[in-house]
Design a protein around this ligand. Structure first.
Ligand SMILES: Cc1ncc(COP(=O)(O)O)c(C=O)c1O
Length: 437
């Protein structure tokens, strides 16, 4: 443990660390993380309403995770990627038991970007085609294939041409509808019009559409009910595969096991990451036995140094145990409803809160200058977020200049009602401190 202060460590960081995410190092330097609380090196504690990078759904440093890491350290941390360990086989069985049918095959990687790369590659191998469709503003990872299907301008600019044959369709954003329509009268026009444009641009090689059940990085956009089923229908009409990226939504966060459950949609490929490893790099790509067989026969290759690793698999098993034993899927639904009531009350009281959306414990709080124009209240939202931090609550924002500025409210599923109430008090005090009563 370091004796250095926050200020000293941040100064040192600015000297030696690469800034890779568009912002300088300003946030507190964290010395300890436990449950829903993170504590900085100066001893200040914060409620972590971002669950780390959305990975700590079972709470930070859950004792079962610590035990699993220690156990793996006593047995095997790493083995040849072509070899298996009992942990990996058991995790495979457990994940397959949870998957929506007909998905029944899975393999394990390290990051969400990789799991999407793998899903896109399987889709290309089995269809023999290469064009992919994503939703505008969605985020699927920083690697080339997943990045090419990520349509956030700041993530794409300056790296040369992305993969040829990647198309965006409008995001299903009912708060700022790109077509200025309203649901349900729109009849999913964003998807239908999007695919009409794709049809005009395609060279006849459409392979897959990739989507998040809730667009977490796009300002927590929650598609209207039935949207994913419509997306699947549009994909099937073109003989394309549907990939659901459940990095943020998978394993209970939305109050269902999977984000696609609300619409009763089982995709052809499903990717899991953040939530499976509880903070340890662990991701998975799942598909059906039929597609796996076709990919295998077509020589599908995705081999990394950390393919099917024993240590992360042991942790994944512990995470699934905790989710089941502590009934965290139900907890996400119940506590999410409690938190949402509080957030909606803030919306009622403060004009600057333009919208509260999402479900379970994945919600967006959209800060606007006025409710008519819905232009983002960027400066005020930044100040409110800083004020929350000063008062002991960390909230992560997703934003796009002049378009939206949104808190992604996503505490660990183990958060208590008292911690939720405390966070709501802090949010309200911070809003009042910045914009008045
Ligand atoms: C929906 C979604 N997919 C993929 C990723 C990429 O995951 P990773 O950062 O583990 O590569 C993220 C990360 O934020 C994400 O939110």
């Amino acid at each position: 443990m370091s004796d250095a202060t926050n200020e000293e460590l941040l100064a040192e960081a600015r000297r030696v660390l690469v800034r890779s995410f568009g912002s300088d190092f300003t946030l507190p330097v964290i010395a300890k993380a436990e449950g829903a609380t993170i504590t900085d090196v100066d001893g200040r504690a914060y409620l972590d309403f971002s669950s780390g990078q959305m990975c700590a759904t079972v709470g930070h440093n859950h004792p079962r995770i610590a035990e699993a890491v220690r156990g793996a350290a006593d047995r095997a941390v790493h083995i040849n990627s072509a070899m298996l360990s009992p942990e990996v086989v058991r995790l495979g069985r457990r994940v397959v038991e949870l998957l929506p049918r007909p998905l029944d095959k899975v393999f394990f990687l390290s990051t969400g970007g990789e799991s999407n790369e793998a899903a896109l590659k399987i889709a290309k191998k089995v269809t023999g085609r290469y064009e992919t469709v994503g939703l505008a503003h969605s985020f699927h990872g920083s690697t080339s294939g997943a990045g090419a299907a990520t349509f956030i301008p700041s993530r794409r600019a300056g790296y040369g041409p992305p993969l040829p044959g990647t198309f965006a369709i409008p995001a299903p954003d009912c708060y700022r509808c790109p077509l200025a329509l309203t649901f349900p009268a729109c009849e999913y026009a964003c998807a239908r019009v999007g695919f009409e444009l794709v049809d005009r641009q395609s060279v006849g090689s459409l392979a897959a559409v990739i989507a998040e059940p809730i667009l977490g990085t796009a300002g927590c956009v929650e598609p209207p009910p039935g949207y994913l089923a419509e997306l699947q229908r549009l994909a099937r009409a073109r003989d394309m595969l549907l990939i659901l990226d459940e990095a943020q939504t998978g394993l209970g966060r939305t109050g269902d096991m999977w984000g696609g459950d609300r619409d009763g949609v089982a995709p052809d490929l499903l990717t899991i990451s953040k939530t499976l490893g509880g903070g340890i790099p662990l991701a998975a790509t799942a598909t059906t036995a039929a597609l796996e067989e076709r990919a295998y026969r077509a020589d599908f290759f995705f081999f990394t140094s950390h393919l099917n690793e024993p240590l992360p698999a042991a942790v994944g098993l512990a995470v699934l145990d905790v989710i089941a034993e502590e009934k965290l899927v139900d907890a996400a639904r119940d506590k999410g409803a409690h938190l949402k009531r509080g957030l909606l009350a803030l919306k009622e009281r403060y004009e600057i809160v333009g919208d509260v959306r999402g479900r379970g414990l994945l919600m967006g709080v959209d800060f606007v200058r006025d409710r008519q124009s819905k232009r983002p209240a960027e400066a005020e939202a930044e100040a409110i977020t800083r004020e929350c931090l000063r008062r002991g609550l960390f909230l992560a924002a997703t934003r796009q200049a002049s378009r939206y500025w949104v808190w992604r409210v996503a505490p660990p599923l183990t958060i208590s009602h008292a911690e939720i109430d405390r966070s709501l008090e802090i949010m309200e005090a911070a809003i009042r401190a910045v914009v008045g009563g």
